[in-house]
Ligand binder design. Structure first.
Ligand code: FE2
Length: 210
């Protein structure tokens, strides 16, 4: 029986597991179908399900869109558990959209100019991205962020995301081991290099630049 001190629980989930923007085998050979199946169908689904469960008795937050929910929870030290789940749902949706089959290559136009003025040439950018990803201890993320007219790299631990602090992310790459271990074992640098060279969706980054 429900405790009388709690508000009524909702009967339907507010947040859903977004479909992958491509087939599970579309990112092979960099990321295999088994990786995408587990990562999306189990890890991300788990974040969505736990988020909905935690929100059942958070009537003041339950109606917020996902991004606003992440920002609200980041500012509230009583809601770190909710933050972790909400941020991981947002992070994963952003990650899937940061890649596409036959991606990679170089961005066009204004984004390429901005990348050059911020990092040097494309090879310098890739080297800095891989080095930062490798240096992130444990589980986390690496982000390409637009900050005060420049592009910068930021890494975050666990579920944390620059978006929670109002920053504009252009790309995000998951460096939790569950993202790459089946395909690259412990070689995080190989995975991140392949992400940049063969998967990254520069059109998505360009859209985020606005
Ligand atoms: Fe992940």
């Amino acid at each position: 029986m429900r405790s009388p001190s709690l508000p009524p629980a909702r009967t339907s989930a507010l947040h859903v597991l977004s479909a992958l923007p491509y087939a599970q085998d579309a990112l092979q050979p960099v990321l295999g179908a088994r990786t995408l199946s587990l990562h999306h169908g189990e890890h991300q689904r788990g974040y969505v399900d736990t988020l909905n469960r935690l929100l059942e008795h958070e009537s003041d937050l339950a109606a917020l869109p996902l991004q606003e929910l992440v920002v609200a929870c980041a500012r509230d030290p009583r809601r770190t558990a909710l933050f972790d789940q909400a941020a991981q749902v947002w992070n994963h949706e952003f990650y899937w959209n940061s890649m596409k089959p036959q991606g990679g290559g170089a961005p066009g136009g204004a984004l390429l100019a901005l990348l050059r003025s911020s990092f040097g040439d494309l090879a310098d950018f890739r080297a800095a991205f891989v080095a930062a990803a490798k240096a992130r201890f444990g589980s986390g993320w690496i982000w390409l962020v637009h900050d005060q007219g420049r592009l910068v790299l930021e890494t975050t631990g666990n579920a944390d995301t620059p978006m929670a602090r109002g920053k504009r992310c252009l790309l995000g790459c998951d460096v939790w081991e569950h993202a790459y271990y089946l395909d690259h074992q412990a070689q995080r640098a190989d995975y991140v290099s392949a992400f940049l060279e063969r998967l990254v969706d520069w059109d998505f980054a360009d859209q985020n630049l606005g």
